[in-house]
Write a protein that binds this ligand. Structure first.
Ligand code: GLN
Length: 201
């Protein structure tokens, strides 16, 4: 059973993809919802709001404990920011879970108007390319040596040239993060990849 943190953001879309894959999933609203999960998804939304809601809901500690105990986790966009060990241009009161050794810059591609879509080659998923939607996405500034970069922005074409080659899908053991939104496309392969991670854990 995969849990989807259901405090804010595109929760329904993640549940929809997992349902489409035939994978049992449920929303996580209170600490007791974490019981018996094999994996957790942190959705896109707004990381500053999510961080406040994690604290006020009493979930911050229990989620942190579950991840520290090895529960596989997949964070998309704002979820990636929550999982990063370093956040640039965050709010001073923003807290995170610090589970993957990447530094991300919030809204690093610019404002909502600078949102974009592009096709990514992801060797771990094989062909065809993954169509990726970036919405006020975090820009990965640095990755630690234990981080496996599964996809980078293409060198030219639809993606912002200044960010060419920057990592957009990364993994460190049981932690998977994407700066784009695989829950907004019908592909399903990135979620399938995460589901396989939860089965290997
Ligand atoms: N910019 C948002 C943040 O800081 C993330 C946007 C998203 O999840 N689509 O959390």
């Amino acid at each position: 059973m995969i849990g989807v943190l259901a405090l804010q953001g595109d929760v329904r879309e993640h549940l929809g993809v997992l349902d489409h894959l035939g994978e049992p999933a449920r929303p996580v609203l209170v600490p007791s919802d974490l019981g018996g999960l094999s994996g957790l998804v942190l959705p896109g939304g707004e990381s500053t709001t999510l961080s406040l809601l994690l604290a006020s809901s009493g979930l911050l500690g229990p989620v942190g404990d579950a991840l520290a105990a090895g529960l596989p986790v997949f964070g998309t966009c704002a979820g990636m920011i929550l999982l990063a060990t370093g956040v640039l241009d965050g709010r001073p009161d923003q807290t995170g879970l610090g589970m993957i050794d990447v530094a991300v810059r919030r809204n690093g591609f610019g404002s909502q108007a600078a949102s974009f879509e592009c096709d990514l080659d992801v060797a771990a998923l094989g062909p065809p390319p993954v169509h990726a939607v970036f919405i006020r996405a975090p820009l990965v500034d640095a990755v630690g040596e234990r981080v496996e970069v599964l996809a980078r922005l293409p060198a030219a074409g639809q993606a912002p040239a200044a960010a060419a080659g920057s990592p957009v899908l990364c993994r460190q053991e049981g932690v998977l993060v994407s700066s784009f939104h695989p829950e907004l496309t019908v592909d399903g392969r990135v979620h399938r990849y995460f589901v396989e991670m939860t089965k290997g854990a």
